[in-house]
Write a protein that binds this ligand. Structure first.
Ligand SMILES: C[S@@+](CC[C@H](N)C(=O)[O-])C[C@H]1O[C@@H](n2cnc3c(N)ncnc32)[C@H](O)[C@@H]1O
Length: 253
């Protein structure tokens, strides 16, 4: 299931709530190791894997596709000094990002397919749980690779079993097939077990914050977190039949 502006109102609402909820900020810090207003499933361990791809010692530029309120980019800028760029269709998210990060930072409001950059701009492009929303994934993949400098890296966290259908393995996903069809070499790491453990931690942490969410009047967050993590209440074997998570890295030649 993918398409233009899918879940648009839900994300506007999500980032409006994220701006005002202290309970969610603390929850993210405890569940993921830092607060990036995650709606995806990326904890600090996954995000730190990006750092090794960002060149240091010269001005480097990185782009996050579906950057939300930019907090992950802000963290990576602190670690590497990179110039950060991000786009997201949520105006609420981008308005927060523009308030939070003002130096060596550029944020745009727009959808995948509408936004464009000149060729060979970026050392690193990331897309954490956002490729699913491309109206044409193959077309967007080629466009994004065009934005990379030579030797630049496209780092994609990609999940199956919720938005995308579950396929057999890391080389049969819709993304992997699009890469193969275009002769684009990739590396892929299966992080399904890591994700299962993270979802369980996310659920335990949400339960610890249940009272804080209620007192703040944002029980809605708690309900959303319970629904998101319900799949990890069964055994790992059952979970892995329905869900999978991978990190794909594509290096431009
Ligand atoms: C699952 S969330 C992931 C957010 C963040 N990258 C993370 O890992 O927490 C998907 C993000 O993509 C944005 N998004 C969804 N569809 C989009 C589209 N068609 N164009 C641009 N952004 C989109 C949403 O607003 C949201 O910030």
């Amino acid at each position: 299931m993918s398409g233009d502006k899918l879940f648009y109102n839900e994300y506007e609402h999500f980032y409006e709530m994220a701006e005002h909820s202290d309970a969610f900020r603390y929850f993210c810090k405890d569940a993921f190791g830092d607060d990036f207003s995650q709606d995806g499933f990326s904890d600090i361990k996954q995000i730190d894997r990006i750092v090794e791809h960002i060149p240091t010692g010269r001005e480097s530029h990185m782009l996050d596709v579906g950057c939300g309120n930019g907090k992950m980019l802000g963290y990576l800028q602190k670690r590497t000094n990179a110039y950060i760029h991000g786009f997201d269709y949520s105006a609420n998210a981008i308005n927060t990002a523009r308030k939070l990060f003002r130096t060596n930072a550029e944020f745009r409001i727009g959808s995948i397919g509408e936004i464009d950059y000149p060729p060979e701009q970026f050392d690193v492009i990331t897309s954490m749980d956002t490729m699913y929303f491309a109206p044409d994934m193959e077309k967007f993949l080629l466009q994004a690779i065009g934005w990379l400098k030579k030797s630049g890296v496209f780092f994609i966290c990609y999940q199956e079993g919720d938005v995308m259908p579950k396929t057999d393995n890391k080389d049969t996903t819709i993304l992997a097939r699009a890469l193969q069809k275009n002769g684009i070499p990739y590396e892929v790491e299966d992080i399904t077990k890591e994700t299962y453990d993270l979802l369980r931690k996310k659920r335990e942490t949400a339960l610890l914050y249940q009272k804080a969410f209620r007192e703040e009047g944002s029980t809605e967050w708690f309900d959303m977190l319970m629904a998101q993590t319900d799949c990890a209440t069964e055994s790992f074997d059952l979970f892995a039949k329905k869900m999978a998570r991978y990190i794909y890295t594509v290096r431009k030649r």
